[in-house]
Design a protein around this ligand. Structure first.
Ligand SMILES: Nc1ncnc2c1ncn2[C@@H]1O[C@H](COP(=O)(O)OP(=O)(O)OP(=O)(O)O)[C@@H](O)[C@H]1O
Length: 241
């Protein structure tokens, strides 16, 4: 379980972005953050992964306070962050990209075990093992990024806009892969521009507004709420395409 409790965070001297935000991510659950542009969704992921230290509040992983840990320690504590946009190293092979994800794992048998696991979960990883990652399609690169994040056997994967720049068919495949990750035992905290599509995939939705948790509940309930749809999801449920 990942818990962010009463988080206050911002950038430099600028006003706070998060103003007492509390979000919980239970095991084997996809939690989706929804909210207007600039609401602070990506900032929540940065606080969770240790890229940004909160001014107040705490980050707990299975009850252990990791608030003062940096990104490296946070990874060891079970929090893996897949950044916005493409983060594969294009001039390196898929294998090299995947092995980078496990560079902190010293046990070679464990690395071999995790490699077999991610190849099984994301077949394209095995199929394109020796290809340069930059030659893969956008959706295939995303799978390599997901696979790389799973090499440390994280408790929670933090996904920032995984469908960014992808066509609708590839986006659908990426959302299926997110469900695959959840079903394989990893919790997911997801931020998506495509809020409606993300809520259709998620178990729990969290609506952020003015730096706080505005509403949370089963994602299906949020989708069915006409007021929320109009305010945060770009139209009423029946208007969806
Ligand atoms: N590195 C940064 N330095 C200064 N301000 C930042 C930085 N990153 C984000 N901000 C500001 O923090 C606020 C929240 O940004 P954030 O990216 O978390 O929002 P978001 O909800 O993810 O937005 P979007 O949906 O547009 O991606 C915005 O006002 C943004 O301008």
């Amino acid at each position: 379980m990942l818990e962010l409790n009463g988080i206050e965070a911002g950038y430099g001297r600028a006003a706070l972005v998060l103003r007492g935000l509390t979000v919980k991510v239970p095991p084997r659950t996809i939690v989706c953050l929804v909210g207007p542009n600039g609401a602070g969704k990506s900032t929540v992921l940065r606080v969770a992964s240790g890229m940004l230290t909160p001014r107040a509040g705490e980050v707990l992983v299975d009850g252990v306070d990791v608030t003062r840990q940096g990104p490296q320690e946070r990874l060891a504590s079970g929090l893996a962050h897949v950044l916005q946009g493409h983060s594969v190293f294009p001039e390196m092979t898929v294998e090299e990209n995947i092995r980078l994800g496990a560079y902190s794992v010293k046990d070679r048998a464990l690395v071999a075990e995790r490699t077999a696991f991610v190849k099984d979960l994301f077949p394209v990883v095995g199929e394109r093992w020796t290809s340069l990652a930059g030659l893969l399609s956008g959706g295939q690169q995303k799978q390599v990024e997901f696979a790389r994040s799973l090499m440390v056997d994280p408790k929670v994967v933090l996904l920032d806009e995984p469908s960014m720049g992808l066509d609708p068919k590839t986006t659908a495949a990426v959302f299926e892969q997110i469900v695959t990750m959840r079903d394989a035992g990893t919790a997911v905290l997801l931020v998506e521009q495509n809020a409606r599509r993300a809520l259709e995939t998620a178990d729990i939705g969290c609506v952020l507004d003015l730096g706080r948790l505005h509403i949370t509940g089963p994602a299906a309930d949020l989708l069915a709420d006409p007021e929320l749809s109009a305010l945060y999801l770009g139209g009423r449920p029946h208007e969806r395409t």
